[in-house]
Design a protein around this ligand. Structure first.
Ligand code: AMP
Length: 284
């Protein structure tokens, strides 16, 4: 099936106006890979109409970040969408999305947006939530699919949908990884062979930590740190073991599901990864 490439709200409304059945949306920044493909496949199993959005949102990038060098591969993105029987690839430009210029009214992520990624990227999640809110209004889906790869983003989108009563169901899709364990990311294209050897340590630390889950939270976090610290070429930003709902650090004695989240620089490239860990409380 050939996916229709559309650039404006008017085109989108004309294309979707008379479609019936459930509409699913997969929001992306383009440079599509097999992680995005998995979101589309999960959506395809349920929804009658699939819209993929392809929009590099300037609002969520700080001036010193990689907006200008972020990969843009629209032709390949369209081909992937056609392979996956996506109905519409919606690729608006900045002026189409922010038709009135820089938005004066924005969605604020609040305290959950100030920790982990938010501590390193101030204002990032305000930019994310503002564009997600806009794209939900523009595409009007019944279901929206997001990756667990961006666990904090997923949590904040769920909170926005609940707190502000957006009429959409949010579905989470597990992280897709390379055989090495490296989580797929559009930013992996920045990595050379040497970088990849270093980057694999992120997922390796998560697996090593998960393997000692029965020993409790202190052991989990210590193990993750040891694996990360053993790779001197890695520029660790943070590694944290947190409650997946409050994002507060879990301490000794915590039992249940915790989120082990980390971010690190490999060369100039900032990567994130995470895993949900079922904790016993053995070190409590
Ligand atoms: P991005 O284009 O990086 O903004 O990602 C668009 C969507 O795809 C987000 O919901 C991401 O969480 C999700 N995603 C990105 N990488 C992966 C991956 N490796 N596995 C699953 N979902 C992913």
């Amino acid at each position: 099936m050939t996916t229709r490439l559309l650039h404006t709200r008017a085109q989108l409304r004309a294309a979707l106006g008379n479609r019936s059945g459930e509409v699913g949306v997969v929001m992306t920044m383009g440079a599509l890979h097999d992680g995005h493909r998995e979101l589309i496949r999960v959506a395809r199993r349920r929804c009658d109409v699939i819209v993929v959005t392809d929009f590099l949102n300037p609002l969520q990038f700080a001036p010193d970040e990689d907006l200008s060098r972020y990969p843009r591969t629209l032709d390949a993105d369209l081909a992937l969408c056609s392979e996956e029987s996506v109905d519409v690839l919606f690729a608006p430009d900045v002026a189409e999305v922010y038709a009135s210029g820089e938005p004066q009214v924005r969605v604020l992520a609040g305290p959950l947006g100030d920790v982990l990624e938010g501590a390193s990227r101030p204002g990032h999640f305000d930019g994310v939530l503002t564009v997600v809110a806009k794209l939900l209004h523009i595409t009007r889906p019944d279901v929206a699919y997001f990756g667990q790869k961006d666990a904090q983003q997923l949590l904040l989108i769920r909170r926005m949908v609940d707190d502000l009563d957006f009429p959409v169901q949010v579905v989470a899709v597990p992280t897709v990884r390379e055989p090495s364990g490296l989580a797929l990311s559009s930013r992996n294209g920045y990595l050379d062979e040497d970088d990849r050897v270093v980057a694999v340590v992120l997922s390796r630390s998560l697996s090593a930590a998960a393997a000692v889950a029965a020993d409790g939270p202190v052991a989990v976090l210590t193990t993750a740190r040891e694996v990360l610290d053993a790779q001197p070429a890695l520029g660790l930003d943070y590694v944290a073991l947190v409650d997946p709902i409050t994002l507060r650090d879990v301490g000794p004695g915590f039992a249940g599901t915790a989120l082990l989240a980390l971010a690190a620089k490999v060369g100039r490239t900032r990567l994130i990864d995470n895993a949900e860990i079922e904790l016993g409380s053995a070190d409590g």
